[in-house]
Design a protein around this ligand. Structure first.
Ligand code: ASP
Length: 407
């Protein structure tokens, strides 16, 4: 990112000063974009198989739904509530700071043309919700997957997970477990593939930063700076106010003391940007802090897959930021739709680096914004990923303590 910024800004400056021909600056920017786009394509390639296998594996990881029903219900209640509160916090902060306003960027030229799509959405929240509900149910799950229509794919995957569990526990059923093991194996493979693709992130980031810096000069960074600040402030409120409050009220634990016990996990989450990678440490820390292993071993792995407060918040803020950049004014109903989609996207995101950014494609698709807009925020995704992953792991750990206290 630094290299792309330095090179791009230097070129942009030289172009403005007339030391370099403007067409050369333009060409370099285009090359940067092409390089970044290759990386983006690699990410997009992963979306369908990664989230299908991640969700199915997460749900079947609950084991027998009946025995785990009580813990599961409580855990899922916590996951959904806190993710939703995180999203509301993010939406509030992004509406106050308005980081994308006045950007007039049209940084993604082809994206600007797609602008009217969103304004077509009906305003009534009831209509929006009903349509969303309807679109959750795929007429043909395979067709939905082929089209990259992710919400029905997520819904269908959750159902497959649940019914694998049910089928496995029927007497005389031997073969359902093959399906479970297939998806769990597929998930392993997809995680490895994602980790491989993520290795190219520096090149993709370099390309997109070069593109933004050479093409747009310092303005691009001013806008992204406000965007980063917005996500940061919202994450901070969630991690330092909302979650500690829940922990204190529901368990009587001292938030600061609990955070200290979780220090290793939190620092690892920050540096690796992967809740899944951090999981072994999270479990160790949480159990050391006195949460019973039976609870921790269920709540934490499931949480690492589906409970992502930081990611949910980030999805909502990022989409609203992009809408602001395109100068689209969103109604309450549209923001409600984004909140719902962000929640589903955070559930579908895998606990690995940049998974949340991969899911951005889903949210943008769902609300009719051009998916190429991801390019706009790619340059700063790593730092935001580190921050949101730390919040994700913090929330998982608090979920474990809360569910444990409720048992
Ligand atoms: N990296 C995040 C995590 O592992 C997911 C994301 O990209 O938002 O929790």
């Amino acid at each position: 990112m630094g290299l792309g910024a330095a090179l791009g800004l230097g070129l942009n400056w030289a172009g403005v000063e007339g030391m370099v021909d403007a067409s050369i600056v333009g060409n370099v920017a285009t090359v940067g974009k092409e390089i970044g786009d290759l990386f983006l394509r690699l990410l997009q390639m992963l979306v369908v198989p990664l989230i299908v296998s991640s969700l199915i594996t997460g749900v079947t990881g609950m084991g027998d739904l009946r025995t785990l029903g009580a813990i599961g219900g409580r855990a899922i209640g916590f996951y959904l509530t806190t993710s939703f509160v995180a999203i509301v916090t993010g939406i509030a902060v992004v509406n106050i700071i308005r980081p994308g306003e006045g950007a007039e960027l049209a940084m993604l030229e082809e994206g600007a043309a797609a602008k009217p799509l969103l304004t077509d959405t009906p305003d009534s929240i009831a209509v929006v919700l009903w349509e969303q509900l309807e679109s959750l149910i795929p007429k043909n799950p395979l067709a939905a997957a082929t089209e990259g229509d992710m919400l029905p794919v997520i819904f269908f995957s959750l159902l497959i997970g649940v019914f694998i569990g049910i089928a496995e526990h029927r007497e005389g059923s031997k073969d359902a477990s093959i399906v479970r093991r297939f998806f769990s194996g597929l998930f392993d493979v997809m995680m490895q593939m994602t980790l491989f693709v993520v290795k190219f992130a520096p090149i993709g980031v370099f390309g997109f930063t070069l593109y933004a810096a050479a093409g747009k000069g310092p303005a691009a960074f001013r806008v992204l700076g406000w965007y980063v600040l917005t996500v940061f402030v919202a994450l901070l409120i969630h991690a330092m106010v909302t979650l500690p409050f829940i922990l204190r009220v529901r368990t009587g634990r001292s938030p600061l003391g609990y955070a200290r016990q979780l220090l290793t996990a939190l620092v690892t989450a920050f540096s690796t940007a992967s809740s899944n990678g951090t999981l072994p440490l999270t479990m160790e820390n949480v159990e050391k802090a006195g949460v019973r292993p039976q609870v921790a071993s269920f709540v934490l792995p499931l949480g690492a897959t589906i409970n992502m407060d930081g990611t949910a918040l980030y999805e909502a803020v990022a989409v609203l930021f992009i809408a602001q950049v395109y100068g689209i004014d969103l109604t309450m109903a549209q923001q409600g739709l984004i909140a719902l989609t962000a929640l589903l996207a955070s559930i579908g995101a895998a606990g690995i680096p940049h998974a949340g950014m991969v899911m951005m494609v889903v949210v943008l698709n769902a609300v009719g914004l051009p998916t190429s807009a991801v390019a706009l925020i790619l340059a700063v995704d790593r730092i935001l990923d580190m921050l949101r992953t730390t919040v994700n792991v913090w929330s998982d750990s608090i979920a474990a303590a809360v569910v444990d206290a409720g048992e």
